[in-house]
Unconditional design. Structure first.
Length: 133
């Protein structure tokens, strides 16, 4: 088996989840935002189950996939505000599932976030250069 190719079933936390309170806060903020912006989609929302699964998923993004909690927060903030991704992310519990291109949903969002950040940085640099002239 390839190292670094663990699946959700392969690796369970053997110790208590690190940063549990911080992860819980991120999960809570995500679902509060999603419920406020689309209450109909969350009419039958099972908070306890969703939070539990989401905390485990974010823990795996940190432990296995080696993302930082700050990266996760930034990517989720991008996702809920992006015209495409806001309609694609209703559950944090599915972020590590593979998409059609073989990457996880989270990695696809992460790559789009990084590309948009680079584009914004280039536009900011250009604007600063124009101001100097």
């Amino acid at each position: 088996k390839d190292k670094g190719k663990e699946t959700v079933k392969d690796v369970a936390p053997t110790t208590p989840i690190q940063n549990h309170a911080e992860i819980l806060y991120v999960v809570d903020q995500f679902y509060q935002h999603r419920i406020a912006t689309n209450p109909i989609a969350f009419k039958t929302f099972d908070k306890e189950k969703s939070y539990s699964q989401s905390i485990l998923e974010l823990d795996k993004l940190i432990r296995i996939d080696k993302y930082t909690l700050d990266e996760i927060k930034s990517v989720l903030n991008f996702a809920v505000n992006d015209s495409f991704w806001q309609d694609q992310v209703y559950s944090l519990a599915r972020l590590r599932r593979k998409s059609g291109n073989g990457e996880t949903k989270f990695k696809n969002i992460y790559l789009k976030f990084k590309a948009s950040t680079k584009q914004q940085d280039a536009m900011d640099a250009w604007a600063a250069e124009m101001e100097e002239k």
